[in-house]
Write a protein that binds this ligand. Sequence first.
Ligand code: ZN
Length: 275
Amino acid sequence: MTVKFCIICMAITGSPPQKSDNLAMPITVAEQKESTQEAFEAGATITHRHVCNDGSPSSDPKKFGPLLEGQRRHCLKLIVQFSTSERSGAGRARGAMLSLRPDMASLSVGSNNFPTRVYENAPDLADWLAGETHHVTPEVEALALSHIFQVAAMLRSGRLHGKLFVVFVVGVKNAMSADKDVFDYYVATMSRLEPEVEWCAAGIGSHQLTLNEWSVAAGGHARTGLEDNFRLDRHTLAPSNAALVRRTAEIAARHARPIANFAKARAVLGLRVAA
Ligand code: ZN
């Protein structure tokens, strides 16, 4: 039986980050650097990142450039993933930083509801953003079943190609609920349509632990971090990103899933191994 390594992805800070949620939320560049390093040492190999401009989420390459440069200077091994979320800009501005060629970038292939608004990802913009990711590995964020079918359609038509990392984002209010039968169906559908795709799950808020457990048990990868959830449990704030990563690593150990180190994670995702 082949060993299925588990990649841990960390979404280290809110978009925008707020200390009012949890004082451990890394806000400054120095705090983010330290938090990322601790989480990397705890077993995370992908860092999912947002940047801000005067407190608002941004997709400005002038902000992402120093982040990438600093991260690579500090830890070349870590896989850096930029967010192209609609919270950071409008239209094609969302992909403005892809020219910097991070290792990975998030990609939304369809629309859905968020707690108070529509998360809008029009088909032509999704196609354009997918085209702009040709030098990076897309992290497709699937918030609805239709997004899984869209990934398969885009792969078949050549609008997406190469290695893909699909993250089922579960527990966003008014989007996909944390329902085990539905989750199992998502996994089965993704594997049936595109068996080569690497998949992961991210649970939002109190669903983070549950989704880590479901995903690891079913052979998927796991996302954690203070962006998605800032509590260890209902009564306890998470003291750090590293604490959340350690919790995910414990789940993986319980399911006999070795944690992918940076070299293994890069190999699984078809990424160049850093020098
Ligand atoms: Zn994010």
